[in-house]
Design a protein around this ligand. Structure first.
Ligand code: S3P
Length: 437
């Protein structure tokens, strides 16, 4: 039995690992799972979603759709959804709880704005602090009627569904949640809805809409959806989540002597910034068995740790391609030679927690040299980190990044409030134990 990691009373105790070794699979992609649940629910006919992720965020989306009459079946990795068609959802009898999930709230705000009923969306204390103006403002331009706290900026949201009108929207922030929200509303709107971004955010929605038969046109940074088209359910396959795989890949790249393979990982170009950056830092990574399933690239990722990483610059159009992997990249930066500079990442301040602050404060406890900037961080590589007692801020990605940092440090560590990992990665500790040597 592996005793390098142990959770008691929600506190993870970690002793350093020598290396990561073996083969692992990670849960299904969270972004794709949310989209599959929502689109299958409003499609005509039955869909089977293979490899669905059952973390708390995706289950919150599923529960909400069930409250609107969607019927589902299946356990484990497969989920059958009996599509209601575009107008088949029913008015929910209670407030819809998005829990910790920004994706659930922002995507469903678009969908619910176009239904012929009233609904209220809320979430936990973290989600109720997250900005919703970014979806409410453009939806109002489409004719949506949405009320929210602090002059339409924060949840709970109260929505009176209406007929909407398509718009051409230039999004001030590259955000797949904003884009997807507007496309979900746009499917019901009169005319076309287009979203133009400065940098391309993840494009899973575009790919899945195309796969399910929507009328969608991608023209570089502008994507247009035609209103009124209905979707046809079918078989959807969810690849492994690169954002979950990143913790293992990053750990193996840091720990000299590691040899790790992560199987069936989604490698959509709008999501694989983490791999591209690690390759640029000198990591020994190979992509094997690259293939395409249901419109998404999938491959196996092989990593060898040689302890020879060098610092890098992460900015601009790279940011949306690795936004969720930045906590782990900060850890990798601590073990690289020289400086790693992260810029243009202000969005991190409004994630589940302020991730710039959280990673800077916690890794400094371990001896890291990190300077906080308004839109990023300056990380100076150090010879080693030392074990410490750290806070997760109840943010799943902070918790997992700190767990890997602790495995790569010298001396024992403790990380508080580990339950939050269930948000996106059920089974994280067990899977990690299999490869920690
Ligand atoms: C997501 C988009 C990203 C990402 C989030 C999931 C999605 O957020 O950080 O974890 O599924 O669309 P933004 O759209 O706010 O950048």
């Amino acid at each position: 039995m592996n005793n390098k990691l142990q959770t008691i009373n929600d506190v993870l105790s970690i002793v350093p690992a020598r290396r990561l070794q073996g083969e692992v699979s990670v849960p299904g992609d969270k972004s794709i799972s949310h989209r599959a649940i929502i689109l299958a629910s409003i499609a005509e006919g039955t869909s089977i979603i293979r490899g669905i992720q059952r973390g708390k965020d995706c289950l919150a989306t599923l529960k909400i759709l069930k409250m609107m009459g969607v019927e589902t079946e299946g356990k484990g990795d497969d989920l059958i959804i009996y599509g209601k068609g575009p107008t088949g959802l029913k008015e929910p009898r209670d407030v819809l709880d998005c829990e910790n999930s920004g994706t659930t709230m922002r995507l469903l705000t678009g969908l619910l704005s176009a239904q012929n009923f009233y609904s209220v969306l809320t979430g936990d204390s973290s989600l109720r602090k997250r900005p919703m103006g970014r979806v409410i403002e453009p939806l109002r331009k489409m004719g949506a009627q949405i009320f929210a706290r602090e002059k339409g900026r924060f949840p709970p949201l109260s929505i009176i569904g209406r007929h909407l009108q398509g718009i051409d929207y230039s999004s001030p922030i590259p955000s797949a949640q904003v884009k997807t929200c507007l496309f979900l509303a746009g499917l019901y709107a009169k005319g076309n809805t287009s979203v133009t971004e400065k940098y391309r955010s993840r494009d899973h929605t575009e790919r899945m809409l195309k796969f399910l038969g929507a009328d969608i046109e991608v023209n570089n940074l502008k994507v247009r959806v035609k209103g009124g088209a209905s979707l046809s359910g079918g078989e959807l396959r969810v690849p492994g989540d690169i954002s979950a795989a990143a913790f293992f890949i990053g750990g193996a790249a840091i720990l000299k002597g590691s040899r790790l393979k992560v199987l069936n990982v989604g490698l959509n170009p709008t999501r694989r910034g983490f791999i591209d950056v690690l390759l640029g830092m000198g990591a020994h990574i190979k992509i094997l068995n690259l293939r395409k399933k249901c419109g998404e690239e999938i491959g196996d990722i092989e990593v060898r740790g040689r302890g020879d990483l060098k610092g890098t610059l992460i900015e601009g159009d790279l940011i949306p391609r690795l936004i969720d992997e930045i906590p782990m990249l900060v850890v990798v930066g601590c073990f690289a030679k020289g400086q790693t500079l992260i810029k243009d990442a202000r969005e991190l301040r409004v994630k589940e927690t302020d991730r710039i602050k959280a990673m800077s404060v916690e890794l400094r406890k371990m001896g890291a040299q990190i300077k906080e900037k308004e839109d990023g961080m300056v990380i100076e590589g150090v010879k080693e980190l030392r074990g410490a007692e750290c806070n997760s801020y109840k943010d799943h990605r902070i918790a997992m990044a700190l767990a890997i940092a602790s495995l790569c440090a010298r001396g024992k560590s403790k990380i508080l409030d580990m339950e939050c990992i269930e948000t996106s990665f059920p089974g994280f500790e067990e899977i990690l134990k299999k490869v920690v040597v």
